[in-house]
Design a protein. Structure first.
Length: 221
């Protein structure tokens, strides 16, 4: 446990090194929030109808920006080899790195969806549900992205390979997260879509950790 906490502290400290932590991803998210209303024109009612899907699309793309360096930096400087000699299992290493990514990048992005949702026309009463679903979705994106980043270790144009791997896997959280907001806006219960989003997050956690650990082991061969 001590080794895992030390690794988590290290990852959180390094998350602000050489890239400003969540600033790039949050800036990208805010840029979309400014550009989309300008391009949509004066039809604010139509923009509000599309807002749930637009917010989730922006969240998924912003999460994708930060995944390339999740393991690549440690692979290049030999840290992954040192971690392999330590007491932590590969699954724990992947889980800790993904958790640090969510804490440093995913949660700020989830909070940033609130002003983005307002700018796109979401009702104020939908903001608590947006915060909840965005936090869960960001966690699912982090675990899924950890899988892609581990499988792309050492590959040329790793960012493109990660996008090819994880973007199809981002679809279920996007569908169910946006579906919960749409259901609430239409006066229906968002509970079914929210339950499916939670299930997607749990599946992403299990598969992401196991497949990510397999990717780490494969990078050493």
């Amino acid at each position: 446990m001590t080794a895992a906490l030390l690794l988590l502290r290290r990852e959180l400290a390094l998350s602000w090194n050489g890239g400003g932590g969540p600033l790039l991803a949050c800036g990208f998210l805010l840029s979309l929030a400014v550009i989309v209303p300008l391009g949509a024109g004066p039809r604010l009612d139509q923009l509000a109808h599309l807002a749930p899907g637009l917010v989730w699309l922006a969240l998924s793309l912003a999460s994708l920006l930060t995944l390339e360096r999740l393991f690549e930096r440690d692979f290049e400087d030999g840290t992954l080899d040192l971690l392999a000699l330590g007491s932590l299992a590969d699954e724990v290493v992947v889980g800790v790195k993904v958790l640090s990514h969510w804490l440093a990048i995913g949660l700020p992005l989830a909070l940033m969806t609130l002003p983005v949702g307002i700018s796109l026309g979401l009702a104020p009463g939908q903001l608590p549900l947006l915060a909840l679903t965005a936090g869960l979705g960001a966690l699912a994106f982090s675990f899924t992205g950890g899988l892609g980043a581990a499988l792309a270790i050492g590959a040329r144009k790793g960012g493109l390979l990660i996008a090819v791997i994880v973007l199809p896997l981002f679809l279920p959280p996007v569908i169910f997260g946006a579906g919960a907001l749409v259901a609430q806006a239409e006066g229906r219960s968002p509970a079914p879509a929210l339950a499916l989003l939670i299930a997607c997050t749990l599946v992403a956690a299990v598969i992401g950790v196991l497949a990510g650990a397999a990717g780490l082991r494969g990078s050493r061969t």
